[in-house]
Design a protein around this ligand. Structure first.
Ligand SMILES: NC(=O)c1ccc[n+]([C@@H]2O[C@H](COP(=O)([O-])OP(=O)(O)OC[C@H]3O[C@@H](n4cnc5c(N)ncnc54)[C@H](OP(=O)(O)O)[C@@H]3O)[C@@H](O)[C@H]2O)c1
Length: 274
């Protein structure tokens, strides 16, 4: 039974990866800055540690065959660099495990600060001397919901004109990530996108319907290179529409007008966008 460490195993994606690895018969360690809670998955080894300071990393990585690196701190994006360096150092000092990193489609095409950091982390992984795999995924459904929730604070829903997304389900991404973690190091794996590329207006209308809100949509052409990158489709991967669960299906399962505020994790946990 191989031992796999999942960083970010408490996050939106990591929570989906952990049970899949357990089901595959792996011994799973979860790295978190906090102690285990009752609602955390049973059957895992809980490793308290902090990627930013490096605390607890040697113990967490020791004898692991694979490290799946899902942790990220978009509120302090630069800290992802130090976190990756600390993780790589610990991995190199503790048996050179296969390092699997999850990144974002378009980190090299959309010049957002957070994306630049993710691209630099990709380069750290590639040059780490460790066996490595990088999977880039499109935006998760719950992130799109989170963004609409923020925009809906105004009486008019302002949406970026000409921008589309290809939202993907964290369960679908987790299944691909699990397969990659159980396989040989693959280098840059094929991108992973949701089943459909949809305009922001189409997604917004679906979200408004699902949450029972009424807002007029206002298309706004936003300036800047980052929005040009989005308008040019830098954030989508139409030839890799491999996800199964579409945005509307996600909404049906996770959002209801009666609940009004959604059941998706990011809002509950108060985490920010990425
Ligand atoms: N959201 C999207 O649309 C999207 C799309 C493509 C790729 N991605 C990438 O997928 C990955 C996972 O995203 P997510 O949305 O699942 O993240 P998330 O829900 O925000 O979770 C972040 C995780 O990072 C951990 N973490 C943060 N700082 C840490 C630190 N200093 N030490 C240890 N752990 C730390 C947190 O663990 P604790 O709080 O328990 O310590 C938490 O489990 C990220 O790399 C993200 O860039 C996201």
């Amino acid at each position: 039974m191989s031992t796999i460490l999942v960083t970010g195993g408490t996050g939106a994606l990591g929570r989906e990866v952990v049970p899949r690895l357990l089901a595959a018969g792996c011994q799973v360690r979860v790295l978190s800055r906090r102690p285990r809670r009752d609602d955390d998955p049973a059957g895992t080894q809980w490793m308290v540690g902090d990627l930013r300071t490096g605390a607890g990393l040697d113990t967490a990585v020791r004898d692991a065959a694979v490290v799946v690196h899902c942790a990220s701190d978009p509120r302090r994006p630069r800290s992802d660099l130090g976190a990756a360096r600390n993780l790589i150092d610990a991995a190199r000092a503790n048996g050179n495990p296969h390092l699997v990193y999850v990144s974002i489609v378009g980190v090299d095409r959309v010049p957002l600060g957070y994306y630049r950091i993710k691209l630099t982390v990709e380069q750290l992984v590639e040059n780490s001397g460790l066996p490595w795999t990088i999977l880039r995924a499109t935006q998760f459904h719950d992130l799109i919901c989170y963004l609409f929730q923020l925009l809906a604070r105004l009486p008019v829903l302002m949406i970026p004109a000409g921008v589309s997304f290809q939202p993907v389900d964290t369960g679908d991404v987790a299944a691909r990530l699990t397969a990659l973690a159980l396989g040989d190091p693959a280098g840059r794996a094929a991108d992973f996108g949701g089943p459909r590329v949809q305009s922001t207006a189409e997604l917004a209308r679906a979200w408004l319907r699902a949450t029972g809100r009424r807002r007029r949509l206002l298309n706004v052409r936003l300036p800047g290179k980052a929005f040009r990158g989005y308008r040019d489709g830098g954030n989508v991967a139409p030839s890799h529409a491999d996800g199964k669960v579409g945005f509307e299906e996600f909404l049906r399962e996770h959002v209801s007008p009666s609940a009004r505020s959604a059941a998706y994790g990011r809002l509950r946990a108060g985490r920010g966008p990425r």
